[in-house]
Design a protein around this ligand. Sequence first.
Ligand SMILES: NC(=O)c1ccc[n+]([C@@H]2O[C@H](COP(=O)([O-])OP(=O)(O)OC[C@H]3O[C@@H](n4cnc5c(N)ncnc54)[C@H](OP(=O)(O)O)[C@@H]3O)[C@@H](O)[C@H]2O)c1
Length: 262
Amino acid sequence: MNLGIKDRVALVAASSQGIGKATAEAFAAEGCRVAMCARNPQTLQSAADRIREQYNVEVLAEPFDVTDAAAVTRFVAAVAAQFGSVDICVTNAGGPPAKGFLAASLEDWQRALAANFLSTVYFAREVIPHMQKKKWGRIITITSITTKQPVADLVLSNAVRAAVVGLVKSLANEFGKDGILVNNVGPGFTATDRLKELARAGAASSGKSEQEFFDRWAADTPLKRLGEPRELAETIVWLASQRASYITGQTVLVDGGMYKGL
Ligand SMILES: NC(=O)c1ccc[n+]([C@@H]2O[C@H](COP(=O)([O-])OP(=O)(O)OC[C@H]3O[C@@H](n4cnc5c(N)ncnc54)[C@H](OP(=O)(O)O)[C@@H]3O)[C@@H](O)[C@H]2O)c1
């Protein structure tokens, strides 16, 4: 299938590892020019170098924290200056800590809002005017299965991700006339460092082993295995492509069937 996005400019936030990195790679594999960011400069640089070498595409990588609105503004301006525009923007950030409601501090709530909601607002404000000029754009948010089905001890994610879905639907409604499609992708349990962090937290509070957590997550999923970052990435790239030209305002779960609703 020709996805029709060769030479498009794809910005992928929080992309030095895990699902973000796999997504940057998948856009590079389609011949897109890629812009990446994350906080740790070394990990980011080595991910960017690998993608550049493997796929022979232009890659711009800048280390910064996506909760810093001014840094997001500077980055989007730098991407547009180097590549001429921003066609595709995938928003992402690390997940909030696993906690129950009374264990979560007010600081935890503020951090979760900043990383997992406001960062999407910051990117959307900056990229939409570029997309409006070209009458073409894609914004895809990476959230979680928690947008459809709350997960125990992930109250921060369960609550904050819902705000992203409200934003996605609102942006889809407001900017569809400009050819900008806005969708949300929700991972289920996917084999990344984030999942190791959740297994460690679960093991520490329950006395069970980390392996028991991985086994239970796989067993709870109809496909009986964890997801691979590549499987999220390929869904995101397809949603950003010309082949998904009549889909907007949706949440697509890539969860091996874990969501129990209809
Ligand atoms: N893996 C799963 O099973 C799963 C399931 C549901 C939802 N999710 C969600 O999907 C998203 C991606 O998950 P993942 O598993 O790929 O996570 P991951 O393996 O922990 O990778 C997170 C990436 O984001 C970067 N990052 C984190 N916070 C950042 C910030 N404030 N500013 C800039 N970059 C930042 C990290 O680099 P630096 O640390 O260097 O900044 C890293 O590159 C998360 O929001 C996660 O909660 C994951």
